[in-house]
Design a protein around this ligand. Structure first.
Ligand SMILES: CCCCCCCCCCCCC/C=C/C(=O)SCCNC(=O)CCNC(=O)[C@H](O)C(C)(C)COP(=O)(O)OP(=O)(O)OC[C@H]1O[C@@H](n2cnc3c(N)ncnc32)[C@H](O)[C@@H]1OP(=O)(O)O
Length: 717
């Protein structure tokens, strides 16, 4: 929809009215075309202003329409008609002008933006390109290099930067529509020729710009096709006349439009929004659960995780008590937190927010905070002791949260006098950088506690997903099997390089062995010791490569025992030039170690191809994802996928593990899991999950229908 009115007798005002973001649905496109034609026809009207209702200009084309055949008037002729008009048209931009919204504004002759507005062409993040003239008009406005950067990354810019780039003509702190109306009246009668971007000549781009950008993209966006098409389209703008450039833009869009990557990225867009609408098995959900405001928070433990959490809270403007009993750790933590905050301040040209943090060694200082996040190392005894004390010290309505990555939240809640106020807030390292937050609800967590943790996550700029309580929750529970399969592949004949290469070709930024070197092999070692899989708790009566009745690979433990902990010790699965080195090199010593290991256990090395690497690593992870859905630990496949994309480096253009399973075909996943389970009967998790079988039995419905096959939440409220 779009509304039309006449202001001051001579200004035609067209307001897009399609809440919440005025997306350009077919109805809206139809209405805009009609209202523009009406304004152009009306002899009383001398100029036109286009704006959006509710403080938003336009969030772009309606992404939901991409799933079916596009109907209604197309965008390109509509925008061309505005540009070709003989009356000046001014876009009044409030909120956002994204994608097709900005392309519409680029078709107008002038653009006035509110100082808080943002503009951008994020189509590439949806696996597309700005195919309503964006790739041809923006370079003609800003020059090729800035346009290329904006279009290939999808970066948004705030109005002041847009003004510097020449995207908007004026920025205002006043009522944008009123300013645009006055502006429109002031330009009536001026020649429009120069204002029609399609007629502008482009100056030559710097030498090598396209080649350099292409190389960066291949490095950064492993396997993603849309950024490459964006480069080709902008290159067409720089080398061809406007009309031929538009043809190229359309042809490139046609190849992207129905691609699997576009489907995956658009799925990801909606999945990310759907996880905010959480619901729990007990019937609690985001629609009825109210969050409490958090004014003062506390973080216990100033190791890597604690520091990152403190920084995140301060960035959100929340005052924090940062507590650490170890004097040296307190000193180091304080120094590092302040350094990050100062760097932030420099970047944003603002005063550092260190005044929001109070560092202390005393737990008693936490008596008045609204919410505590415990981030000490993974030791249940220590954590229980802290929670017992917190329960006595903190005010009765304070929420008590744990950043545990795998331990039982209910066990911690049980030692407090307020189990309903206890939830997990599992951040990912480094917590001030990583987007993901798993909010872990326990048996007794109140809807208010979950809502508060989810709301706090949003305030910290995280993508928060509510998950149930089980060892490893969602992310780490799945990850464990993926890592284990990678280790088994080494036993059977692969090298870390072969496994990592297959995973990186798939789209992961780093293969699993490089990740392990980066985070330190001792992290998993500690977890395995805690689980009785290695160290003092092991039942040595079992055969050497079996633990707790199933296959086990002690490879990583053996490396840890040798002190090969990864980058920090210069050796792990790879070799580094020095401790702390970042550049992994194949390690001949490790290869010989693998040969000796296989010979010691009578294992015959065989050739393992890339398909097997992917199937063994990814299908075992996916199978666990189905078990998690069946157990009700995640409420839908989108939750699992969002966790993997935002916390575990799953390539976004592949949607997530569950989406990938849908793409590959559920019967194929089932068939391969059956095959591998038969070949490895001592690996129980390769046995296909009952939910996967059920879905295949029901004709492999598309992912959007899987929720119908999950156990229904039943309200205990
Ligand atoms: C044979 C092949 C033929 C090929 C030819 C094909 C022809 C097709 C050519 C078409 C040419 C297209 C060129 C243009 C393309 C585009 O414009 S693509 C869209 C680009 N825009 C975006 O990517 C913006 C996406 N949205 C956002 O970034 C944010 O939503 C926002 C606008 C900044 C608002 O943020 P916030 O206030 O935080 O709210 P949200 O929660 O994110 O969103 C609120 C609800 O609105 C829904 N929504 C948002 N944007 C869109 C959209 N563009 N389309 C549809 N729906 C949208 C969002 O899902 C939320 O919905 P609910 O969860 O249901 O509340």
């Amino acid at each position: 929809m779009a509304k039309y009115s006449r202001l001051h007798g001579s200004v035609g005002l067209i307001s897009l009215a399609n809440p919440p973001v005025n997306a350009l649905s077919s109805v809206v496109r139809h209405a805009i075309s009609e209202k523009v034609a009406k304004a152009f026809r009306d002899p009383e009207v001398t100029c036109v202003v286009i704006c959006g209702e509710n403080g938003v200009f336009c969030g772009g084309a309606d992404i939901r329409e991409f799933a079916s055949t596009m109907r209604g008037p197309p965008l390109v002729p509509m925008i061309d008609a505005i540009e070709e008009g003989e009356k000046p048209v001014v876009a009044a931009i409030e909120g956002v002008a994204f994608g097709g919204g900005l392309e519409l504004a680029l078709g107008c002759h002038y653009r006035i933006a509110h100082y808080k507005a943002r503009v951008g062409l994020p189509e590439v993040t949806l696996g597309l390109l700005p195919a309503a003239g964006g790739t041809q008009r923006l370079p003609r406005l800003t020059g090729v290099a800035p346009a290329l950067q904006l279009i290939t990354t999808g970066r948004h810019v705030a109005a002041p930067e847009a003004l510097k780039l020449g995207i908007v003509d004026q920025v205002t702190e006043q009522n944008t529509v009123e300013v645009a109306v006055q502006f429109a009246k002031s330009v009536v009668g001026q020649a429009l020729h120069n204002r029609r971007l399609s007629l502008r000549q482009l100056s030559c781009p710097p030498d090598g710009l396209f080649e350099e950008t292409m190389a960066q993209i291949k490095q950064r966006a492993r396997g993603a096709v849309a950024p490459i098409a964006c480069v080709q389209a902008v290159k067409a703008a720089a080398t061809l006349p406007f009309k031929a450039g538009m043809d190229k833009e359309r042809d490139l869009m046609a190849t992207l439009f129905n691609s699997g990557q576009a489907k995956a990225l658009q799925y990801s867009f909606f999945a990310q929004r759907s996880v905010a609408k959480w619901n729990l098995p007990n019937g609690a959900h985001s629609g009825i659960s109210k969050a409490r405001a958090v004014h003062r928070a506390a973080v216990i433990g100033l190791g890597t995780m604690g520091r990152g959490i403190v920084v995140s809270l301060v960035r959100a403007g929340i005052s924090v008590i940062a507590m650490e009993t170890n004097e040296k750790q307190l000193h180091t933590g304080k120094k590092m937190v302040i350094a990050i905050l100062e760097k932030d301040a420099q970047k944003h040209n603002a005063a550092p927010r260190a005044d929001l943090v109070h560092f202390t060694e005393r737990l008693s200082d936490l008596s008045n905070v609204d919410l505590v996040i415990e981030a000490v190392y993974e030791d249940m005894v220590l954590k229980k002791d802290i929670f017992k004390q917190l329960s006595m010290i903190c005010k009765p309505d304070a929420f008590l949260c744990t950043n545990t990555s795998a331990l039982n939240v209910d066990e911690l809640a049980a030692v407090t006098g307020r189990p309903e106020m206890v939830v997990g807030m599992h951040f990912f390292a480094p917590a001030h950088v990583m987007k993901l937050l798993e909010v872990v609800y326990g048996q007794h967590s109140s809807p208010e506690a979950v809502a508060t943790a989810m709301q706090l996550g949003k305030r910290l700029g995280k993508v928060s997903v509510a998950v149930g309580n089980c060892p490893g929750f969602v992310g780490n529970r799945m990850m464990k099997l993926y890592v284990e399969q990678a280790h088994f592949l080494l036993e059977e004949g692969a090298t870390p390089e072969q496994v990592d290469e297959a995973l990186e070709e798939f789209g992961f930024a780093m293969g699993i062995f490089k990740v392990s070197d980066l985070s330190g092999l001792d992290v998993g070692w500690r977890v395995r010791k805690e689980a009785g899989l290695t160290g003092a708790g092991v039942d040595w009566k079992e055969p050497p490569r079996r633990r707790q009745g199933r296959r086990y690979s002690p490879l990583a433990d053996l490396l840890c025992e040798k002190g090969h902990l990864g980058q920090k010790t210069s050796r792990g699965w790879y070799l580094y030039e020095k401790p702390g080195g970042r550049d992994p090199k194949p390690d001949q010593g490790l290869h010989s170690f693998l040969v000796e290991y296989r010979s010691k256990y009578g294992l015959k090395a065989r050739r393992i191809d890339k398909d097997e690497v992917l199937e063994r690593c990814l299908f075992s992870l996916i199978n666990e994802g189905f078990c998690i859905l069946d157990d009700g630990i995640a409420s839908g496949p989108e939750d699992v996928d969002v966790i993997y994309v935002h916390g575990y480096g799953w390539p976004r253009h592949r949607g997530g593990p569950m989406f990938y399973a849908d793409m590959v075909g559920l019967s194929k996943v089932l068939e391969r899991l059956e095959f591998y389970h038969q070949a490895h009967p001592d690996v129980p998790y390769l046995k296909p999950s009952p939910l996967l079988r059920k879905l295949v039995r029901n004709g492999s419905p598309p992912i959007r229908e899987w929720r119908e096959f999950l156990k229904r939440p039943h309200s205990h409220l």
